[in-house]
Design a binder for this molecule. Structure first.
Ligand SMILES: [Ca+2]
Ligand SMILES: [Ca+2]
Length: 107
């Protein structure tokens, strides 16, 4: 059951939300952090080496990151007019999502 859940981001997220802070799945990931948002606790995870300078941008993304992947999609950025206007400029690798690093480079 756990293996099949890992293969589906949507299901994994649902499981993540369901288990909250007790999630054993998070332990296997390189970096995780728990953040309090207006929508409740959000676990942010990212696979790159942590850089302390990115922390403010990771926090900013986490506040808008509805699916918890640590990146902002155009839909997730929709609440920030500046991000919407600059989205294509910020998205340096043009993968359609804004990472903390891209946000840091832009700011
Ligand atoms: Ca996201
Ligand atoms: Ca990108």
């Amino acid at each position: 059951m756990n293996d099949s859940m890992r293969n589906s981001p949507a299901v994994a997220l649902a499981a993540l939300l369901a288990i909250g802070t007790a999630g054993a799945q998070e332990a296997a990931l390189p970096h995780t952090t728990q953040l309090q948002t207006s929508q409740g606790p959000v676990t942010v995870r990212w696979g790159q080496t942590a850089e302390s300078g990115l922390a403010p941008f990771q926090s900013r993304i986490a506040g808008m990151d509805k699916d918890g992947d640590g990146m902002l999609s155009p839909q997730e950025a929709a609440g920030d007019a500046a991000l919407v206007r600059q989205f294509k400029l910020i998205d340096q690798d043009r993968d359609g999502r804004i990472s903390a690093r891209e946000l840091a480079n832009w700011s």
